[in-house]
Ligand binder design. Structure first.
Ligand SMILES: Cc1cc2nc3c(=O)[nH]c(=O)nc-3n(C[C@H](O)[C@H](O)[C@H](O)COP(=O)(O)OP(=O)(O)OC[C@H]3O[C@@H](n4cnc5c(N)ncnc54)[C@H](O)[C@@H]3O)c2cc1C
Ligand code: SF4
Length: 526
């Protein structure tokens, strides 16, 4: 029996295991920090499933919808799920990780399912332009996207957006959209050619959730009581229950070693500090791009630093002249409902995710305005939000460095940093100009003075510390199998090996690329 060891349970690990499960003669072991939703939160959410939110007691409502508060003038708070922040909490994986300047972003998740427990559920592939520098110019990604989309409930529409972001499978029908999104999409359909001349392509959002069961309760951003939003946690729960994988939770991978001709090994430790060792024929490392980079730094002392690509995030409040009926009275699902591809195929490629009303808007209004219920109601009838992601060529890099002081216990202490980007930056200004150019057509006016560029790392879309390169000979690049030079049977399967990042979001591409790497590595002799 051949053996494979997978680190992590996020999208990368899930994409890899999806492919490995096809192999009947392969025993799959997973080691994972693997924290779960605290039992009290889980039990409360489960108890509420039988009734509608309007029937819940106030205390239960407050408990499941509690959201973390925005820090240091940020527009968006860290997300919570059913009253808990466990996907961001430290179970040892963040010990010794510091940020130089700026906001401290909790960069390594220790959750079963990783950040897919709190993600925005927006499922798009990378653009053709971004994939041009990938193995085979990204052509092999098409079948990998198709394979992963088969296990993900993906809702959306086959509309104009599919001309630049292909669909790789069937779509579920989206639940009713908010009136603001309906108007925006109707206006964009009427003015398709006009928008095309401005290099804008709009369409309905592609959302990874069981849309056909959605109750349109409007609580998605604090976690779905019915667990309808896709998370790789759900896949792992199934694989563990069916005995398809051998799963070790509460286990931190610390470092990896591989001797020529021998089996690679992982030195690990339980979250209580007990040492463990695992060996396998092949090891697949999917601890999230920063988590995996740290494991490489723990393992190879010669590497002092690595730099990562990011797709920096710009948050743009939007004002519409024509009000919609009070959206608070007509809840709809509250992840993004529409999207606009900006300048597809050019170096300025960017992507806007469109959010109609969300309860968190009220908290983000200046205190003076949000005090009066009448003023609040008036404002939310006009407001929506665009979250724009720049592509990685337009965004500053993140630096991961071995920190001189200790503090990491048996792991290397690392510090992370990244330059701030202001509204005055020319790439940001270009994006704002693009959005402004469609304002009259879409009745969607950017409130530029209130726009904000998120701090370094806050997009959670990062990777490329050991980017794929067709040229060998450099320790800091990987081959098409996710292998860096010192290792032949160890594969980085998360975004750590991405050579470029598209602005269109991550999860589908992380899963598909890990699936591709698993598939191709099964054919390797060494
Ligand atoms: C708030 C938020 C919103 C997002 N929205 C979107 C979106 O709408 N669309 C989109 O495409 N993407 C989105 N993303 C990004 C997406 O969630 C991530 O790109 C994706 O989860 C990365 O997957 P991963 O498997 O590489 O890592 P992660 O999801 O970070 O998973 C890492 C896994 O590794 C384990 N682990 C970590 N360190 C160790 C260790 N030392 N030993 C053992 N196990 C370890 C963890 O337990 C976890 O299981 C969002 C992210 C966030 C945080
Ligand atoms: S609106 Fe969101 S939280 Fe409510 S049922 Fe639908 S997916 Fe779940």
């Amino acid at each position: 029996m051949r053996t494979a060891l997978v680190i992590g349970s996020g999208p990368a690990a899930a994409g890899c295991i999806l492919r490995l499960l096809d192999q009947p003669d392969l025993a799959i072991t997973v080691i994972d920090v693997g924290a779960r939703l605290p039992e009290a939160n889980r039990a409360r959410a489960e108890g509420l499933r039988a009734s509608l939110p309007s029937q819940w007691l106030d205390a239960d409502w407050r408990a499941v919808t509690a959201v973390a508060k925005a820090q240091n003038g940020e527009v968006l708070p860290e997300k919570s799920v059913l009253g808990s922040t466990y996907p961001f909490d430290n179970f040892g994986q963040m010990t010794g990780v510091s940020w130089e300047g700026g906001t401290h972003v909790k960069a390594i998740s220790g959750a079963l399912g990783g950040f897919s427990n709190v993600w925005g559920a927006q499922g798009y592939p990378f653009t053709k332009r971004a994939l041009a520098l990938w193995p085979d110019e990204g052509k092999t990604m098409a079948s990998a996207y198709q394979d992963v989309v088969k296990v993900i409930p993906l809702a959306g529409r086959d509309d104009e957006l599919a001309t630049v972001l292909p669909l790789y499978g069937d779509l579920l029908e989206l639940p009713p959209l908010a009136e603001r999104s309906r108007r925006m999409l109707a206006a964009s359909a009427r003015s398709r050619e006009k928008l095309q001349r401005k290099h804008l392509v709009a369409g309905a959002a592609r959302v990874c959730f069981h849309a056909n069961q959605c109750l349109s309760c409007g609580l998605c951003n604090s976690g779905c009581v019915w667990d309808l939003l896709f998370s790789t946690r759900q896949l792992f729960e199934r694989w563990i229950a069916k005995g398809q994988i051998r799963y070790y939770s509460n286990t931190l991978a610390i470092s990896i070693s591989e001797r020529p001709g021998g089996q690679p090994a992982v030195e690990a430790m339980t979250v209580d500090g007990a040492p463990k060792r695992f060996v396998a024929d092949r090891i697949f490392v999917g601890a999230g791009a920063i988590g995996s980079t740290r494991i490489v730094l723990n393992s190879l002392p010669g590497i002092k630093r690595a730099s990562l690509l990011e797709t920096r995030q710009v948050i743009i409040p939007l004002w519409s002249r024509r009000p919609v009926p009070n959206p608070q009275a007509q809840p709809a699902f509250t992840v993004a409902q529409a999207a606009i591809m900006i300048a597809a195929g050019t170096p300025s490629e960017a992507f806007l995710q469109f959010y109609p009303y969300d309860p968190s808007f009220v908290g983000a209004l200046p205190t003076l305005l949000s005090k009066s219920a009448a003023v609040r109601q008036l404002l939310v009838r006009h407001l929506s939000v665009g979250i724009v992601y720049l592509n990685s060529d337009q965004s500053p890099r993140l630096l991961v460095e071995r920190a001189p002081a200790g503090g990491g216990g048996s792991q290397s202490a690392i510090s992370l940093s990244g330059a701030r980007l202001s509204l005055a930056n020319r790439n940001v200004r270009r994006v704002l100009r693009s959005v402004l150019s469609a304002s009259r057509t879409l009745d969607m006016w950017p409130l530029v003075p209130a726009a904000k560029v998120s701090p370094a790392g806050r997009s959670y879309h990062w990777g490329g510390s050991f980017p794929y390169s067709p040229e060998e000979g450099n320790d800091m690049v990987s081959d098409r199998f996710g292998r860096i030079k010192p290792w032949r049977k160890v594969h980085l399967i998360d975004a750590a090996t991405f050579p470029t990042l598209a602005p269109t979001g991550f999860l589908l591409t992380v899963m598909a690329n890990a699936h591709r790497i698993a598939s191709e590595s099964l054919g390797l002799d060494i």
